[in-house]
Design a protein around this ligand. Structure first.
Ligand code: ADP
Ligand code: MG
Length: 370
């Protein structure tokens, strides 16, 4: 895969940087979690520091700012350490590149408003990609969390310019590839959370890659129900039985919670016996990859399973990697932030990579060869 390090001369190069600023924002317009923004800084500093002229494109899905970066620019300025030239539309990029960018000195980066405001983005429209690439010398993808998307700013545009992976994409792939490649002996996958379609493929792929797989969250409900056990009003994913097809649900590597914390007719967390068993297995592992809360951790009455697993993973001497928006916010909420070897910025992208899928965003950068 081609990376920034391989670019010999960045000075005055006009760079289209696919960044990742998809962060949660409060109703009052405050950025609530800046982890993803901070993870962009290394690449941005490197490019700007070497005299490149950078235009960042990114998406934001938070509704409290109407999916626009417009009101967030001052906060991005503070977090990134640069004044930011805000461009409202793709049509403004051309004039910016021609008229605004001075030569021969450090130029603060520009940011285009939410790229998904353009209908061509999610369609991976080649015409839109052409428009977007216009006037640039190079393209750099530093948005790992969208690398599983066949979108114009991730995929099509990379075919139009010399294209490279930013430092974050490079690191994410290296760390996640090391999870796949590390010895099976002592490797543990912990899978919880809700979205069966993204998680069950990882479970399937890890049966021959990990010693054991601990199951919690809605995924546990899905498996129970598919096995024909009564889950009453518990949350389940209706596509789970289909997704679980071909998986031996009695495989001894798959470790289901022994007990649950139930309220009314709903399973809402793993129980004390499960916590004890899971914590013991975590303690004896050498490599841990964890995605997905064990229960409805947002409610204090059903947070103990997730808190205890976060603690056990944080305290283990294993190499430990976590990812997933809710997993990361749970870990932070319980005070275990900073206790892991690597925290992925990718939810869906991380799971797709771990499931063994080819990610379009890194395929175009040559990751899979060819
Ligand atoms: P991540 O973002 O870490 O990948 P997911 O988005 O898949 O995780 O799932 C997290 C959500 O799953 C949380 O909102 C959590 O409350 C919910 N959840 C986990 N277990 C249960 C359960 N037993 N019942 C209802 N919701 C649950
Ligand atoms: Mg989530």
């Amino acid at each position: 895969m081609k990376t920034i390090r391989g670019i010999t001369d960045l000075k005055d190069k006009k760079i289209l940087l696919r960044a990742d600023f998809d962060i949660p924002v409060s109703d009052g317009g405050q950025i609530e979690e800046s982890f993803r923004i901070k993870r962009q800084k290394e690449t941005l500093d490197y490019l700007v520091g070497h005299g490149a002229k950078v235009v960042m494109v990114a998406h934001i899905s938070d509704q409290s700012v109407s999916q626009s970066f417009a009101g967030l620019v001052p906060q991005l300025h503070m977090l990134l350490g640069y004044e930011i030239n805000f461009l409202k539309t793709v049509a403004e990029i051309g004039a910016y590149l021609e008229n605004y960018l001075p030569a021969g000195r450090q130029v603060p980066p520009a940011l285009l408003d939410n790229i998904r405001q353009n209908p061509g983005e999610e369609k991976n429209d080649p015409e839109f990609a052409k428009q977007l690439a216009q006037g640039f010398d190079l393209y750099i993808n530093n948005a790992f969390a969208v690398c599983h998307r066949n979108h114009a700013s991730v995929s099509a545009v990379a075919g139009l310019l010399p294209s490279y992976a930013g430092f974050l994409v490079e690191e994410e792939i290296a760390k996640l590839q090391s999870v796949i490649d590390s010895p099976k002996n002592g490797k543990l996958l912990i899978m919880g959370g809700a979205k069966a379609s993204t998680k069950i493929p990882v479970i399937k792929n890890f049966l021959d890659k990990a010693d054991k797989i601990l199951i919690g969250g809605v995924i546990a409900n899905d498996i129970l129900k598919t096995k024909g056990q009564e889950v009453e009003d518990s949350v389940v994913d209706e596509n789970a039985p289909e997704l679980l097809a071909g998986l031996d649900l009695n495989n001894p590597q798959l470790i289901m919670p022994k007990d649950f914390n139930i309220s009314g007719k709903k399973i809402l967390d793993i129980g004390p016996e499960a916590i004890k068993e899971f914590s013991g297995i975590i303690k004896n592992s050498k490599m841990i990859i964890w995605n997905g809360p064990m229960g409805l951790f947002e409610n204090d009455d059903f947070a103990e399973g997730t808190r205890a697993i976060a603690k056990a993973v944080a305290e283990s001497s294993a190499k430990k990697i976590i990812g997933g928006g809710d997993t990361v916010s749970a870990v932070d909420k319980f005070g275990f932030g900073g206790r892991f070897d690597f925290v992925s910025t990718g939810g869906g992208a991380m799971l797709a990579f771990l499931a063994g899928e080819k990610l379009p965003g890194i395929e175009v950068l040559g990751y899979y060869g060819g």
